[in-house]
Ligand binder design. Structure first.
Ligand SMILES: [Zn+2]
Length: 285
C-alpha cells in the first residue's frame, strides 16, 4: 500500500475499525514517512453518494436566509484579517449556506463551492457567487483570491493531494489559506485511541484522511506559504455535561473562552486543528 499523501511505501495497517454507517470493517493505515493516517475507500465497494444523500442537509429546509453574526465565524474572519488586512475576495471550499462568507464586508467578492443543492440554494439566495461543481472541474480563468478557506473538507476527500495543490494555486500573493481538519495526533484523540473508545471523527467512509501537521506544513510551505498561526480547539464538540442543561451551557461558554482567547489552544489537546498560512512567494506565477 502506497501512502495517498506523500506516496511513500512506509504504510502500515494499524487496525480494522467498523463503520458506523455501513457496518463494514475498514483498515486504519499509518504512514511512517509523513505521519498521516488514512482509510482506503476502495477497501469495500460502497457508493459514497448513498451515504452523503442519507446524511443530507439536516435542518436546511428551515434555514433562515437572513444573516446573523456568529461568534465562531466572526472570530475566524478576525484571524484572517490579522494576517492580511487587505481582503478583496474570498473563496470558501464547502461553504454550506455561506455563513463564513456572509461575515465579510459588502464590498468583498464572495465565492463558495458547495455540492449540496439545498445548501447552495440558500447561499445563492444570500447573494453569494456559488459554484456547484467539484473544484477540479471549475475554470477560475486566472482569478485568485485574497483568502481561500477550507473548513472540515479535506478529511472527506478520496484523492486529497491534487485538491490541496489547487487550493494553494488559487491564493493571491500575500493572501491567506485556512485549513481546518480533525487531528488524530491530538491528546484527546490519541487517548481515546489507546483505550479503544471510538473517536467521533472515525466515521469512515465519510472521513478518510487524518493529516499530520508535518505533512501539511511541508506540502503547503513548498508552494510558497508561511505558517502564521496554529490553534487546536474542541470545535464546541467536547462537553461532558450534555445531559445537564445549565452545567452544559456554562461548560460550553468556558470552552469557547479557552478556544478563542487563551494560549491553551496552542497545545494540541483538542482534536480540531486550524492552520493559517500566508502566501509570501507566488511560485506558480
Ligand atoms: Zn505518507
Amino acid at each position: 500500500m502506497q501512502c495517498k499523501f506523500c506516496k511513500a511505501n512506509d504504510v502500515a495497517p494499524l487496525k480494522k475499525m467498523r463503520s458506523i454507517y455501513n457496518s463494514l470493517d475498514y483498515t486504519l493505515y499509518f504512514c511512517d514517512s509523513c505521519k498521516c493516517y488514512f482509510f482506503d475507500i476502495n477497501e469495500h465497494d460502497y457508493d459514497l453518494q448513498l451515504l452523503y444523500d442519507s446524511l443530507g442537509d439536516k435542518n436546511i429546509s428551515s434555514y433562515d436566509v437572513t444573516f446573523k453574526k456568529d461568534r465562531y465565524w466572526d472570530n475566524e474572519k478576525r484571524i484572517i484579517y490579522s494576517i492580511q488586512p487587505n481582503i478583496n475576495s474570498v473563496l470558501d471550499l464547502g461553504c454550506r449556506t455561506g455563513d463564513l462568507l456572509m461575515h465579510f464586508d459588502a464590498d468583498v467578492e464572495k465565492y463558495g463551492i458547495e455540492l449540496s443543492k439545498s445548501s447552495a440554494e440558500v447561499a445563492i439566495k444570500r447573494g453569494l457567487n456559488i459554484y456547484e461543481e467539484f473544484i477540479e472541474n471549475i475554470d477560475f480563468k486566472d482569478k485568485k483570491f485574497d483568502a481561500v478557506t477550507c473548513y472540515a473538507i479535506l478529511e472527506h476527500l478520496k484523492d486529497p493531494v491534487p485538491i490541496l495543490d489547487r487550493l494553494t494555486q488559487l491564493v493571491e500573493e500575500n493572501g491567506v489559506l485556512v485549513v481546518m481538519v480533525p487531528y488524530l495526533h491530538s491528546l484527546k484523540a490519541q487517548l481515546l485511541y489507546k483505550i479503544n473508545f471510538r473517536w467521533h471523527m472515525f466515521s469512515q467512509p465519510e472521513h478518510l484522511n487524518f493529516y499530520s501537521k508535518l505533512f501539511l506544513d511541508k506540502f503547503i510551505s513548498e508552494k510558497g506559504f508561511v505558517l502564521r498561526k496554529t490553534k487546536y480547539t474542541s470545535g464546541g464538540m467536547f462537553n461532558p455535561f450534555k445531559k445537564i442543561p445549565i452545567a452544559s451551557k456554562v461548560f460550553g461558554k468556558f470552552m469557547n473562552f479557552i478556544d478563542f482567547y487563551t494560549p491553551i489552544n496552542q497545545i494540541p489537546i483538542f482534536d480540531h486543528m486550524y492552520l493559517y498560512y500566508q502566501k509570501t512567494k507566488d511560485i506558480d506565477a
